[in-house]
Ligand binder design. Sequence first.
Ligand SMILES: *[C@@H]1O[C@H](CO)[C@@H](O)[C@H](O)[C@H]1NC(C)=O
Ligand SMILES: *[C@@H]1O[C@H](CO)[C@@H](O)[C@H](O)[C@H]1NC(C)=O
Ligand SMILES: *[C@@H]1O[C@H](CO)[C@@H](O)[C@H](O)[C@H]1NC(C)=O
Ligand SMILES: *[C@@H]1O[C@H](CO)[C@@H](O)[C@H](O)[C@H]1NC(C)=O
Ligand SMILES: *[C@@H]1O[C@H](CO)[C@@H](O)[C@H](O)[C@H]1NC(C)=O
Ligand SMILES: *[C@@H]1O[C@H](CO)[C@@H](O)[C@H](O)[C@H]1NC(C)=O
Ligand SMILES: *[C@@H]1O[C@H](CO)[C@@H](O)[C@H](O)[C@H]1NC(C)=O
Length: 863
Amino acid sequence: MSLSSLAAGAVLDRRDPVPPGYVAPPYYPTPHGGWVSEWSESYRKASLLVANMTLAEKTNITSGTGIFMGRCVGNTGSALRVGIPQLCLQDGPLGVRNTDHNTAFPPGITAGATWDKDLMRRRGVAIGEEFRGKGVNIHLGPSVGALGRKPRGGRNWEGFGSDPVLQAFGGALTIEGVQSVGVIATIKHLIANEQEMYRMYSLVKPGISSNLDDRTMHELYLWPFAEGVRSGVGSVMISYNAINGSAAAQNSYLMNGLLKDELGFQGFVMSDWLAQISGVPSALAGLDMSMPGDRNEIPLLGNSYWMYDYSRAVLNGSVPVDRLNDAVTRILAAYFQMGQDQNYPRPNFDTNTQNAEGPLYPGALISPSGVVNEFVDVQGNHAEVAREVARDAITLLKNQNNTLPLLRNASLKVFGTAAEKNPDGINSCADQGCNKGTLGMGWGSGSARYPYMDSPIDGFKSRGSNYQYFNTDSFPSNSSPSPNDTAVVFVTADSGENYITVEGNPGDRTSSNLNLWHNGDKLIQDVAAKYTSVVVVVHTVGPVIMEAWHDLPSVKAVLFAHLPGQEAGTSLMEVLYGDTSPSGHLPYTVPTSESNYPASVNLVGYQIGQPQDTHTEGLYIDYRHFNKESITPRYAFGFGLSYTSFSFSDASISAVTPLTAVPPSRPAKGTTPAYSTAIPPASEAYWPENFNRIWRYLYSWLEKNDADDAAEAANSPTKYPYPAGYSNVQTAGPAAGGAQGGNPALFDTAYDISVTVTNTGARAGKAVAQLYVQFPQGIAVETPTIQLRDFEKTSTLQPGASQTLSLRVTRKDLSVWDTASQNWVVPSVNGDYGIWVGSSSDSLSLRCGTASMTCAGGQASPV
Ligand SMILES: *[C@@H]1O[C@H](CO)[C@@H](O)[C@H](O)[C@H]1NC(C)=O
Ligand SMILES: *[C@@H]1O[C@H](CO)[C@@H](O)[C@H](O)[C@H]1NC(C)=O
Ligand SMILES: *[C@@H]1O[C@H](CO)[C@@H](O)[C@H](O)[C@H]1NC(C)=O
Ligand SMILES: *[C@@H]1O[C@H](CO)[C@@H](O)[C@H](O)[C@H]1NC(C)=O
Ligand SMILES: *[C@@H]1O[C@H](CO)[C@@H](O)[C@H](O)[C@H]1NC(C)=O
Ligand SMILES: *[C@@H]1O[C@H](CO)[C@@H](O)[C@H](O)[C@H]1NC(C)=O
Ligand SMILES: *[C@@H]1O[C@H](CO)[C@@H](O)[C@H](O)[C@H]1NC(C)=O
């Protein structure tokens, strides 16, 4: 018995007890894909191939060929006989990782802070063009999970903010953009992947279990995935953690039930890298693609749960060939859906090296070498959209005495190492695993190499600013303060992925807490003691505590520039000097203390056995919690100032689709491809004669006697021990399903709201209108005080100019998930919903009521 199979028996298949009440119910079988009309042509094309593919060709497509066994982070096997090449999968959400001549876009959290739907989509198009240009078939983004439940969570910055609707628009618009140029997008990580520590299953420890109830699942965590599926996403990546004790990669309720049946997902589900912990159970539970292909405990040995073992599992009858056919059809349908059969470029870069030449299979001990990097420039004019995102995300939090914008001749003293590039080199830390110099992104697989870094100091230089720079994080004794000086202090807070620890932070912000790094508080305090006018610029992954200096009399202005990617300098100058008014708004709440949060969103530390992470706060994360507990934050979710001012007026509401307590019945599923269900002949999995094998490479073939034995086993009376609740009979699907995203009636517009935004100040600027729903009083179910449901940003408005914005609320926006009926229910059809529109979650005075069908300003704020 091998070490790994021993471990599998001893640890990996074990389920530790979860807290009482949390269960991972069985949900079988995997619903066949192909039943929505938007995908039927692609399924038709795919099914013609699948009907003709051999067993070994099919299992080749469903798995990677092994870690470090090709140019991309993930490389599937091919089926060249039917014209399907190896598919290239590559990180990450902010641009092509580990390459050259690419753009390092601002990450999701920065895109979220723009609150600009058009910009989110255009950023997606530009990202898609770069992946296509590098020959990537499958882009491993966007990330909408982590949702941002835990302020210290390491990867929140890869997503769009701590609210399901902001994440949903960010994710869906990115998907639309990326897929518009033929790249398959991957929405990730399904689901409740809210901290980095203890996330993975290993030889010695099961991954963390996120335990959450059905309503919280639907109303928070699943919401952005529903919108991603609705926008036609081709791929979903499953997370490392367990949900209710069952690992995501073999959780049938999650993949078969929620994702494929209820949300009507038509693409394919891949594992996160080494998140797969079993062969047959993961296939039956709905996993379609194993990445990077290796077994999880000890990768690189040439062992896989799938590939040759999937061929075996089909031959011996454990996995019905029907399940494999569906998985392959889903993968090939996504390929056809994006038009990748039409002149799609092959990979022209190598994620494993920056050199022109290198080993073709670095994971093999001995590998042939060849040209692996062709240095294809894919940047186009993408720096422009990257800069626009970086600029329009900048969130002005404080600006006393009109300290900003700066006058052209302002005398500046600039402090902080974050104002200038990392002196060791902008890409000197692998996967940006350090916080040195200007912080443009967090670290980990969601990072990219910088083609250049336009630092703030570069920005001051190219403006011809009158500045003196002190490249230090300790206050220098020689800065000779003058009363005319404005001091600009650059500070940071970083986080990232778990496989790299930076300054004691293993991905999550464990040792830094929510504080600024590098004694940023002290630097600001020291500068504020000597200068009378101090501007603080924060580059951060998420909320930071600012109490040590925020109210000091000389701290006149505070800006969150979030994570600007490569375009840190010019974007900031345009705001600091007032070419553009700041128009970003916070995509999360900024607390006054970490104790503002519920204890259940703290990071979970070491626990014997499986770490349990129970979402006892339910729906009450971020502003939902602050509002419920009447805690005044330092800055509320959605907050952001401008150099000008805006009024919201002339609001009106009109009813569109009448509400009913439950949505109209779902449409029935359309037909799906039908194939023979007979177990294929063992010969379809035999190794070809004289095949030149690459050592450790993962192949889908079996030795002849192994294949024959497996076929024999299919006839034995000993059957595979299927899980309780297992079935192989397709069903009509749940009432809440019916199309991509769920029952299409959920997305009917219930009310259109229009509001006129007027620039009442003296400078040009853009405003954001945020729409929050307050459920009617007296309903039987408890709901958060207010919840974001829509938003729009104006174009640049000159002083005195107006623009009318259209917002909408759907049936789903006004519903709650009813766990008893397993459906979205409108708790009060004729009730008076408050539809609040304003510039921030704590600045709402314009209310439209669905009972009176009128809107009025000057109303008492709901929070
Ligand atoms: C987790 O358990 C809760 C409580 O029983 C249940 O409502 C929910 O549907 C379960 N979720 C999953 C994904 O198994
Ligand atoms: C695929 O089609 C070819 C040509 O029609 C046929 O010879 C071959 O047997 C088919 N293969 C399978 C596996 O169906
Ligand atoms: C599986 O993919 C590998 C890598 O492209 C290829 O060498 C092999 O021939 C493929 N196997 C089948 C059965 O097509
Ligand atoms: C069939 O093969 C799979 C993969 O090796 C294995 O997990 C399963 O137990 C086998 N089933 C039977 C009935 O032998
Ligand atoms: C700055 O503004 C504060 C109040 O916002 C005011 O009390 C103070 O006098 C102003 N200082 C200057 C120099 O204008
Ligand atoms: C900048 O110019 C303005 C007049 O345009 C003047 O009032 C101000 O004192 C100047 N500031 C500095 C620091 O020279
Ligand atoms: C401050 O600026 C004014 C106007 O530019 C100038 O006259 C004065 O000398 C400056 N003071 C110092 C200490 O530099």
